[in-house]
Design a binder for this molecule. Sequence first.
Ligand code: NAD
Length: 262
Amino acid sequence: MDLGLKGKTALITAASKGIGKAVAESLAAEGCEIAICSRTKDDLISAANEIKEKYKTEPFWCVCDLNKEKDIELAVEVVNKQFGKIDILVNNCGGPIPGYLRDLNFKDWTSAFEQVLMSVVKFSSLIVPEMILREWGRIINITSVSVKQPIDNLMLSNSLRSGVIGFAKTLSNEVAKFNITVNNIAPGYTLTNRLYDLAVHRAKVSGISHEEILSDMSKAIPMNRLGRPEEIASAVSFLASQQASYITGNTLVIDGGFVKGL
Ligand code: NAD
């Protein structure tokens, strides 16, 4: 199916690895011009080279720490300069640190708040006015199944990602009349560096190996396996597509059946 994305421009944040990078690849495969940003220059260069090799399109990249307001402003400025517009904004972020309430100090909370919620607010605030003028836009936020079913030991993610869902629903109503859709993806356990690090952290706390932790995670999933980043990415591309023009204010869970609720 042609998703009608040729010639569209997409900015994907936190996209040098994992789910963000897979999203960049998926949108590049659909013919979008891609801009990726994240904290580490070397990782961005290697992601951009990989995408260029596979999809014969040269991604634009810029260093941007989502915890720094100036970096966010600069990222939007340089991407607009490069492409002249941003049609699709994919708000991804680094995962907040794990921990129970007793493990976290106020600095941890502030840092996670800035990265998880405020980066979405800031990028959207800077990009939506131009989308309104062009009367077309797609905003897709990568959150987590924790917005449907809180996950033990992920206090920061469980608490702050729900704010993103509330923001997205409110914004979706505000901009719907301009053909701008705002949706969220809620990935379940997906095999990336982040998940591997979480397993290592849990292994330390529980005294069992991280291999066992990953295997236990798979067993809790009806599909009996972890997700693949590209399985999250295809759903993002669909939500960005012309065909998804009447879907807005939604949260799509992609978890192999992990969430138990209706
Ligand atoms: P990952 O660790 O593989 O990749 C994270 C990306 O974020 C990297 O490119 C990294 O450079 C970037 N990043 C980290 N901190 C940043 C910062 N301050 N500023 C800019 N960029 C930053 O992670 P992933 O598994 O791809 O996860 C992506 C998001 O999806 C995370 O928020 C994670 O919590 C969430 N998520 C992941 C899973 C999973 O199982 N992998 C499940 C649910 C939700």
